[in-house]
Design a protein around this ligand. Structure first.
Ligand code: OGA
Ligand code: NI
Length: 265
């Protein structure tokens, strides 16, 4: 965990010309990007990121991952394998909590064909942190997210009721976010967490978000076992591909996207 985070910090500290060789493609989002200074007058997030596909293996293109630092590709591959296993175990625990068979969630999301991607985030220190956010309020669109935060700098905030609560970094611990697709499948027995990142005037911050997502062309809908007369299905069936298009069109905007998916029953 430490080495993988360190390798990304080293990547973000490379000269801009080197990082720009990995500039992301607007269609796939893969590669290095920054939303700073794109549009005059727009309020943009104070962060750089690197986005890559990890699963399915057919979408994994290691030649697009950073060649520098030299250990980056190998470490990311190893890190991804371990975190994928952890995601599988968490989905089992969550299935059991919902009184479903332990493989229920994983199977409903595509079994061995689930998707995964990694977003390495870099939040530079900001001279006037009260004027911007590192990452605007959103919920993660997929199933679950395993976040490796920076142990030295707090930044992540979660919304509880009407209040933003800063999550204290805890050494060697992951933060697990419930994503929108678990909310749909569990018929809102689990709720995705609304979160955002604030910036710091003293220190920059590195975090790794590993997203575990449904197979993209599978219809995701509330589990039949969790639907009854008292609690009808709250969401209509939709593929993750369709949901992602919708999300990307609108950009981060709290939990309004998943809320607007509620069927009118
Ligand atoms: C994300 C995210 C939080 C953080 O990348 O979706 O919420 O602490 N990151 O960087
Ligand atoms: Ni997030």
């Amino acid at each position: 965990m430490k080495r993988t985070r360190a390798v990304w910090r080293d990547f973000f500290e490379l000269p801009l010309e080197v990082k720009q060789q990995y500039a992301n493609s607007p269609s796939t989002y893969e590669g290095y990007g920054s939303r700073l200074g794109i549009e005059k007058g727009a309020i943009l997030d104070w962060s750089d990121y690197f986005f890559l596909n990890y699963l399915p293996v057919t979408l994994r293109n290691q030649s697009k991952w950073p060649a520098q630092p030299v250990s980056c590709r190998e470490l990311v591959a190893k890190y991804g394998a371990q975190v994928t296993k952890l995601c599988g175990r968490l989905l089992k625990a969550m299935s059991i909590n919902l009184e479903l068979k332990e493989d229920y969630l994983q199977n409903a999301f595509g079994g061995d064909e689930m998707g995964a991607c990694l977003r390495a985030n870099f939040y530079p220190k900001c001279p006037q942190p009260e004027l911007t956010l590192g990452l605007s309020s959103h919920s993660d669109p997929g199933a679950i997210t395993i976040l490796l935060p920076d142990p030295d700098v707090a930044g992540l905030q979660v919304r509880k009721g009407g209040k933003w609560i800063t999550v204290k970094p805890f050494p060697n611990a992951f933060i697990v976010n419930v994503g929108d697709q678990i909310q749909v499948l569990s018929n809102a027995n689990y709720k995705s967490v609304e979160h955002r990142v604030i910036v710091n005037s003293e220190k920059d911050r590195v975090s790794l978000a590993f997203f575990y997502n449904p197979k993209s062309d599978l219809l995701i809908e509330p589990a039949k076992e969790l639907v009854n007369e008292d609690r009808p299905a709250l969401y209509k069936p939709m593929t993750y591909d369709e949901y992602r298009i919708y999300i990307r069109m609108n950009g981060p905007c709290g939990k309004t996207q998943i809320e607007s998916m509620k069927s009118n029953r």
